[in-house]
Design a protein around this ligand. Structure first.
Ligand SMILES: NC(=O)c1ccc[n+]([C@@H]2O[C@H](COP(=O)([O-])OP(=O)(O)OC[C@H]3O[C@@H](n4cnc5c(N)ncnc54)[C@H](O)[C@@H]3O)[C@@H](O)[C@H]2O)c1
Length: 451
C-alpha cells in the first residue's frame, strides 16, 4: 500500500494512533489550492493563504462577480500569479469545473451552508482534500452523506473551526490536559453575536453592514442567504464555535461522546423589531416576515462520561459579542466573559482571579511558536492557525486535527436541535457517527507543536 493510501485508509478508520507525526519532507512541499466561495469569509481565508510561501492559490470560484473580482485583486496585490477563475457565468455548478482542474492538492469551501455538503462530497469524490467552513451540512442526512463519502473515498476532510485556535481557548485546553480543573463536570458556550446588521442590509456592496433591511436576492453577502435560515428554521443554527472547544476539552469522539440532546427556543421578537425600527414603520416587506428562529435557543448535551454541555444561540437581540465559555471541573472553573478563573487551593477561597496570569503560564506551544506569524490575521490571529493546520496536514498527509467525526458530531447539533424543538423540546438520543470507534480513538488536536 502506498503511504498516501495507508494514511487515507487509517484516517478513514479513525485509526489515528497508527499515523506518523509530520515528516520533515512535508515542510518543503508546496500546495496548489482551489477556493470555492470568495465572499467575506473566503476573502479572510484567502488573505491567509496568500501570505504563505508554501501555497499557490491556483483556482477561485464564485458566482457573484464582485466577490470574484475582489479575490482576484487580492491575489494581484499580493504579487501572486492570477488564479484560474470559475463562476463568471453564474452557473451554481461551476465549482465542478474547478474540481476538474489538473493538479489541485486541496480545496477550501466558504460558501452558504446549503452548499457545504454537496461541494464537499463532489470534492471528495474527485479525491481532493477538503477544508470546509462551518457547517458540515444542513439536514441530518447531509451529515451521514458527507461522512459516508469521506469513509468510502478516504479523502481528508477538515472542518475549519477557528475558535478551537483562540489563544485563551487553547490555554484552557492546556489547563484541562494538565488537570488544573480536576475532572470536568459541566461546560457552557454559545454563539452570542448580534447579527441583526449582518442578516439585513441595503444590498449595496460598499455599505454591507447596518445599512438597510433587505434580505434575500436584493441583499448583499450573508443577508442574501443566511437570513432565510432564520425565517424557516428554529434551532441551534451555529453550534461549532462553542461546541468545538468544548468537544476538545471533553474528548468527544476520542474516549467520550454525546449521548443525548435537547433544545428550548424562546419567542422570536428581535429580527422583526429590528426591521421595524430600522425602516421606520411596517410597510417594508421584511417587516411582514414571520421569523421562526427563537431569539435565544438553549441546547443541552449529555456526554457518555457524565458531563453536560450547555450551548446558547443568541443572534437576534442587541448584545455585545461573547462565546460565553465556562469550563468547570471538580477543582475549579474558567469563565471567559469576565476573564476569570477559580482553582481550589490556588485561588483565594470563594474569589475569582484574573485569567491572564494563568494564560501566560499555560499558553499553548503553537501560540508561543507562531504568535508573530499570526499577528494581524483574522479574529485575533486564530484564522492564521486554522489555515496553517489545514495546509500542514495536507502537505504532510497527516490526520486532520478537526476531522470528519468532529465535523459531523458538532454540526449535526443543528438538525437535532431543530427536531427536539419541533417535537416539544423532546430529548433525543445522539447518533454515534463513529459506530463505537470513539472508545479507542486518541485525542490528536494540538498535540503536535508544528500544526
Ligand atoms: N469561521 C468563521 O469565523 C466564519 C466567519 C464568517 C463566515 N463563516 C462561514 O463562511 C461561510 C461563508 O460565509 P460568508 O460570510 O463568506 O458569506 P458570503 O455571502 O459573504 O460569501 C459566500 C459566497 O459564496 C458564493 N456562492 C454562493 N453559491 C455559490 C456557488 N454555488 N458556487 C460558488 N460560489 C457560491 C456567494 O456568491 C458569496 O460570494 C459560511 O459557512 C459562514 O458560516 C465563518
Amino acid at each position: 500500500m502506498h503511504r498516501r493510501d495507508f494514511i487515507f485508509a487509517a484516517a478513514a478508520l479513525g485509526a489515528t494512533s497508527l499515523l506518523p507525526s509530520l515528516p520533515a519532507h512535508a515542510a518543503r512541499r508546496r500546495l496548489r489550492l482551489g477556493m470555492i466561495g470568495t465572499g467575506m469569509r473566503g476573502q479572510v481565508l484567502l488573505r491567509e493563504l496568500l501570505r504563505r510561501d508554501d501555497v499557490e492559490v491556483a483556482a477561485l470560484c464564485d458566482i457573484e462577480p464582485i466577490m470574484l473580482k475582489r479575490a482576484l485583486e487580492m491575489a494581484d496585490k499580493a504579487g501572486k500569479p492570477a488564479p484560474k477563475t470559475y463562476g463568471e457565468d453564474q452557473d451554481v455548478h461551476a465549482y465542478r469545473r474547478l474540481l476538474q482542474q489538473r493538479g489541485l492538492d486541496a480545496v477550501i469551501i466558504a460558501t452558504p451552508w446549503e452548499w457545504h455538503a454537496p461541494m464537499s462530497i463532489d470534492a471528495m469524490e474527485a479525491r481532493i482534500p477538503v477544508g470546509c467552513e462551518v457547517v458540515t451540512g444542513v439536514t441530518l442526512q447531509d451529515h451521514w452523506n458527507v461522512l459516508e463519502t469521506q469513509q468510502r473515498t478516504g479523502t481528508p476532510y477538515m472542518l475549519l473551526e477557528n475558535v478551537c485556535y483562540r489563544r485563551d481557548v487553547m490555554a484552557a485546553l492546556q489547563m484541562v490536559r494538565a488537570g488544573l480543573f480536576g475532572e470536568l463536570v459541566h461546560l457552557q458556550a454559545g454563539y452570542q453575536h448580534d447579527l441583526r446588521g449582518v442578516k439585513f442590509n441595503s444590498g449595496n456592496p460598499d455599505q454591507p453592514y447596518d445599512s438597510g433591511v433587505e434580505f434575500g436576492p436584493k441583499a448583499w453577502s450573508e443577508a442574501r442567504w443566511r437570513t432565510e435560515h432564520s425565517v424557516r428554521r428554529n434551532g441551534e443554527l451555529y453550534p461549532s464555535h462553542g461546541i468545538g472547544p468544548c468537544a476538545m476539552y471533553t474528548g468527544i469522539n476520542r474516549g467520550n461522546r454525546f449521548t443525548h440532546i435537547n433544545s428550548f427556543a424562546t419567542k422570536a421578537r428581535g429580527l422583526h423589531d429590528y426591521t421595524v425600527a430600522k425602516s421606520g414603520g411596517t410597510t417594508h416587506p421584511s417587516t411582514q416576515v414571520k421569523f421562526k428562529l427563537g431569539d435565544i435557543v438553549t441546547t443541552t448535551l449529555a456526554c457518555e462520561n457524565g458531563e453536560t454541555i450547555l450551548l446558547q444561540h443568541d443572534t437576534s437581540l442587541p448584545r455585545p459579542y461573547s462565546l460565553g465559555f465556562r469550563v468547570q471541573g471538580t477543582h475549579g472553573l474558567w469563565m471567559d466573559l469576565n476573564q476569570s478563573i477559580h482553582i481550589e487551593g490556588r485561588s483565594p477561597p470563594h474569589k475569582w482571579e484574573l485569567f491572564q496570569a494563568y494564560q501566560d503560564q499555560y499558553d499553548h506551544p503553537l501560540w508561543r511558536k507562531y504568535a508573530d506569524s499570526a499577528a494581524g490575521a483574522g479574529h485575533g490571529g486564530m484564522d492564521y492557525f486554522v489555515i496553517h493546520a489545514f495546509v500542514e496536514a495536507v502537505k504532510a498527509e497527516a490526520p486532520m486535527p478537526i476531522d470528519i467525526y468532529d465535523a459531523v458530531a458538532w454540526s449535526a447539533i443543528t438538525p437535532l436541535s431543530e427536531q427536539s424543538i419541533a417535537e416539544g423540546f423532546r430529548t433525543l438520543e445522539f447518533p454515534d457517527f463513529t459506530k463505537g470507534l470513539w472508545r479507542s480513538r486518541k485525542p490528536i488536536f494540538a498535540f503536535d507543536a508544528s500544526y
